[in-house]
Design a protein around this ligand. Structure first.
Ligand code: SAM
Length: 487
């Protein structure tokens, strides 16, 4: 698979054409959404990427002068799972964010000052409604897919509930159908760290005097939940950062301490403390269950789903993805489940590009006959002898030989079984032993169709033909099973 970059990209800003009716009852006008767009839209090929808690609209490619690409560059680009040669990929910063979309650090037009805590409390549903309005304003009336991990996965699931007819495929990674008490608990500690920082000042702080201490603590704590026991052992062990022996004090000594501190310090440079409060609160409220049932909550969905978990994720363990699967399949939805095998914990969805490219790529762009067939296979004319057919099959080590007319049009098929039959029955010509009613397939057909035809007719190869029944290739059950394609 060609792994390439979308190249240099820029963030765009869009003012929503209508006010947003928020779940808390407030109507919020003048909402601006920051977004990036990669690939060309054709009306049916738009994929929306939803970002996790502290992500942004810069999901792929490079901003001018940057050495580091967007946060999900590993799976977005030409030839990658979110193939920008095929799809138009749009990523937007969430409502309530601080990376260009309207949030608590934006200026309230009514006061001319930042909203701070006067910003209305938002939910994952509100974020999704903002994204929907953005797409409508951009003239997009359906989504080929919506995809996200963690809080992005929550948005993707919420999309399927809020706008069932708008979204055709949903990819939800490392998330759940509702926020767990454990996650709410971590959110509460993070918010307490921010709000107990004197600089927070009830949410009113100047840009140059943010409650960085509290925000840094919140990030340090949250970051632990994104890792795993194994990844921390591997990455840090019990190593000391600078000293050879214990310092017998309370300065930063262990590598893991130093790492977390660094994470906290760099985070405050790129994130707004009030945004952190609002977004974590939105996550707390996320709950797709209805009457306590996720099955009821997902009953109105229409999309096809791919639900992915990460084996070592203890923040959103695989059982939570399996709960979604159970609810979807109980509702008769088409849903596929995959577990990324990774030691990286929750962060696995941002790091395991190879597995994601394969799993997500297969779901979004299933392989077709063309991808697996052998091109220009040997063939034989009806006038040839049985011996010539046998020699050709032995020479090419094949069991199936298409029989063609002079212009390459398929007229039959001969297999090694037919050759054996000719010996036993003393047949003399190819026409006597070949099968005339050949089961064929076309290059753009699905592998699922190919597999079901082979099973139904108890055959192990299909000639691939064009509209004029000319032989283009062969597809064998051997190749099919080698790729483990069960689409
Ligand atoms: N082992 C066989 C195979 O590999 O296809 C299946 C057993 S069946 C008894 C063999 C018969 O199926 C042969 O007479 C062969 O000509 C026929 N056959 C094989 N592929 C076919 C196809 N694509 N369409 C129709 N007949 C086919």
């Amino acid at each position: 698979m060609l792994q390439d970059s979308v190249g240099e990209v820029t963030t765009k800003y869009h003012a929503l054409s209508v006010p947003l009716s928020l779940e808390c009852g407030v109507s919020l006008s003048g909402v601006k959404i920051a977004y990036e767009c990669y690939g060309r839209a054709d009306g049916k090929n738009v994929i929306l990427v939803c970002h996790p808690l502290t992500g942004d609209a810069h999901a792929a490619g490079f901003h001018k002068g940057d050495a580091k690409p967007g946060w999900w560059d590993g799976i977005i680009g030409p030839g990658k799972a979110l193939d920008t040669n095929r799809y138009c990929v749009i990523a937007a910063n969430v409502l309530g964010g601080c990376k260009g979309s309207t949030g608590p650090s934006s200026i309230d037009p009514a006061t001319g000052k930042p909203y701070g805590t006067t910003f209305p409390v938002i939910t994952i549903r509100d974020m999704v409604h903002a994204e929907h309005q953005l797409l409508e304003d951009l003239g997009i009336s359906e989504l080929y897919a919506v995809i996200g991990g963690s809080m992005g996965g929550m948005q993707a699931m919420q999309w399927s509930v809020e706008f069932p007819a708008f979204v055709r495929r949903v990819v939800c990674i490392a998330a759940a159908g509702y926020t767990t008490p454990m996650h709410i608990a971590f959110g509460a500690v993070g918010r307490a760290a921010i709000m107990s920082d004197p600089e927070w000042n009830g949410g009113e702080y100047p840009a140059e005097r943010k409650p960085t201490h509290g925000l840094s603590l919140a990030r340090m704590m949250a970051h632990i939940t994104y890792l795993s026991d194994e990844s921390m052992r591997t990455k840090f062990g019990r190593r000391l950062q600078k000293l050879d022996t214990f310092g017998y004090g309370f300065e930063t000594e262990f590598s893991v301490e130093s790492y977390l501190q660094h994470q906290g310090e760099t985070f405050v440079e790129r994130f707004d403390p009030n945004s952190y409060l609002y977004i974590t609160r939105a996550v707390d409220y996320y709950d797709l269950t209805k009457n306590g049932s996720l099955t009821d909550g997902l009953a109105g969905t229409e999309a096809k789903f791919l639900i992915i978990s990460v084996s070592s994720d203890w923040l959103y363990p695989p059982y939570l993805s399996q709960e979604i699967m159970l609810a979807l399949t109980t509702n008769g939805r088409e849903a596929r489940y995959a577990e990324i095998v990774s030691p990286h914990g929750h962060d696995g969805f941002l790091l395991e590009h190879a597995q994601l490219n394969y799993i997500v790529g297969q779901f979004l762009t299933p392989m077709i006959v063309e991808d697996l067939m052998t091109n220009n296979p040997p063939s034989i004319q009806e006038t040839a002898s049985i011996r010539e057919a046998a020699e050709l099959m032995i020479g090419h080590e094949i069991n199936h030989l298409p029989v063609v007319l002079e212009d390459g049009v398929l007229s039959g098929i001969v297999t090694s079984w037919d050759i054996a039959k000719s010996v036993a029955g003393d047949f003399k010509s190819l026409a006597e032993i070949m099968t005339k009613d050949v089961i064929t397939i076309q290059r753009s057909d699905s592998l699922r169709l190919a597999a079901s035809l082979m099973e139904k007719h108890a055959i192990s190869a299909l000639p691939v033909v064009d509209d004029s029944n000319r032989v283009l290739g062969m597809l064998t059950s051997e190749t099919l099973s080698l790729t483990e394609v069960l689409q």
